[in-house]
Write a protein that binds this ligand. Structure first.
Ligand code: PSV
Ligand code: MN
Length: 386
């Protein structure tokens, strides 16, 4: 197979998971701007996600957030997804929106609150059994705001204990993906603040525990691609929560703020074999002021473009330049790939997949946006936290 054919094949099998919550109303702590046509139920969120997959061809799964997507019958939800051509993906836990969690969840100083948090995580694994989801994604808002507020070391012990109980409950083919975030909502210490802490816990837990890199969860200037390369090398990269940040955890469309960074990350993914390994490529975004479904389509396309450029890096030329110590040439090889306009290639890939080469135009022509505005009248719109 030529290199171009291999790149095309990789692009056709790429899978980007979209988050159920991105279809609902979400925004900032200052204001969430409601939009017309927003889903009222998890079923309607799946209907929208199916449209993203229909027009991109590479968004076959949808992540759920519990309790935001709690339903009586998860098997029925999974069936609804399949009838529309998508599947349920990662189950995201939520131990950050209950009054009991003021001082933390599984790291809370009180055993009864820790029990409640662990029970929620175990419920999430039950849901995975019902939906056929393979991944439990864990993000903890746990931390402290003031020096002395709680015992930093003790909180790590509680974290390890809680995680171990959930790890034991995982079935065959199920994973636990631990996400880190350096601050917010905790402002002094965060119990899982960085990849090192997440990695240390996952290493102790065992092979079913892996780290999630949310691209918005790093201090400015952090070299995220280095983290990606390291985790892949250690076989501990479970997946990504993709989004863009200009300042902190902005949750903007991936590739919007820094497409070069996204390319560098995807290059390390390609270099480390991450496209064929079990790495989950998920979006975790909020669309407060832009139309949600086209924004998610755009995000998927941004991931595709970064991946295509990463696949175009001439590996042999790069190796030769690196071995020869030709700094400028090595950099030029990487920049040549980054500066390639891959949009014609991706249009070709889509046509070969039987898709419209322009997913956003095709979505607009489909009339789905107008239809949901007309049909989804009344009821309670889904939102971040509901
Ligand atoms: C936390 O900031 C986070 O990135 C976690 O993944 C949560 O589950 C998600 O956002 C909720 O939007
Ligand atoms: Mn996230």
């Amino acid at each position: 197979m030529t290199e171009l054919a291999a790149a095309k094949a990789a692009l056709k099998t790429q899978a980007v998971e979209t988050p159920s919550w991105a279809y609902g109303n979400s925004g900032t702590r200052f204001k969430v701007f409601a939009q017309q046509g927003v889903p009222r139920t998890p079923f309607e969120k799946l209907d929208d996600a199916a449209k993203v997959h229909e027009f991109t061809g590479v968004a076959p799964t949808v992540a759920l957030h519990i309790p935001w997507d709690r339903v009586d019958d998860y098997a029925a939800l999974a069936k609804h997804a399949e009838q529309r051509g998508v599947k349920l993906g990662a189950i995201n836990s939520n131990t950050f929106q209950d009054d009991d969690y003021k001082l933390g969840s599984i790291c809370h100083p009180e055993a009864s609150v820790r029990r409640k948090a662990v029970d929620h995580l175990l419920e999430c694994v039950d849901i995975m059994d019902a939906t056929g989801s393979a991944d439990l994604k864990l993000w903890f808002a746990d931390g402290t705001n003031y020096p002395g507020q709680d015992d930093i070391r003790g909180r790590q012990d509680r974290l390890a204990e809680g995680l171990a109980e959930v790890y034991e409950r995982l079935g065959d083919g199920q994973r636990m993906l631990l996400e880190y975030k350096f601050f917010e909502p905790a402002f002094y210490t965060t119990d899982v603040p960085d990849w090192g802490t997440a990695y240390a816990h996952c290493l102790k837990l065992g092979p079913k525990a892996q780290v999630v890199v949310d691209t918005g969860h790093h201090a400015p200037g952090t070299n995220i691609e280095f983290i990606v390369a390291t985790l892949l090398r250690e076989e501990k990269l479970g997946g990504f929560d993709f989004n863009s940040r200009f300042y902190a955890d902005d949750d903007l469309m991936v590739g919007a703020a820094d497409p070069f960074q996204l390319f560098r990350i995807m290059y390390e993914v390609v270099r480390g074999g991450g496209l064929s390994a079990d790495v989950a490529f998920m979006l975790d975004q909020c669309h407060n002021i832009e139309a949600k479904i086209p924004a998610i389509i755009r995000s998927v396309m941004n991931v595709q473009e970064a991946t295509a450029k990463a696949l175009l890096v001439d590996g042999d030329a790069l190796k030769a330049a690196q071995r020869g110590g030709d700094v400028l040439e090595a950099n030029a090889v990487v920049m040549d790939a980054y500066n390639t306009d891959v949009r014609p290639l991706l249009r070709e890939v889509r046509e070969e997949m039987g898709l419209d080469p322009d997913p956003i135009a095709a979505y607009r022509r489909s009339g789905w946006g107008e239809r949901i505005v007309a049909e989804r009248v009344g009821g309670q719109q889904a939102g971040w936290g509901a």
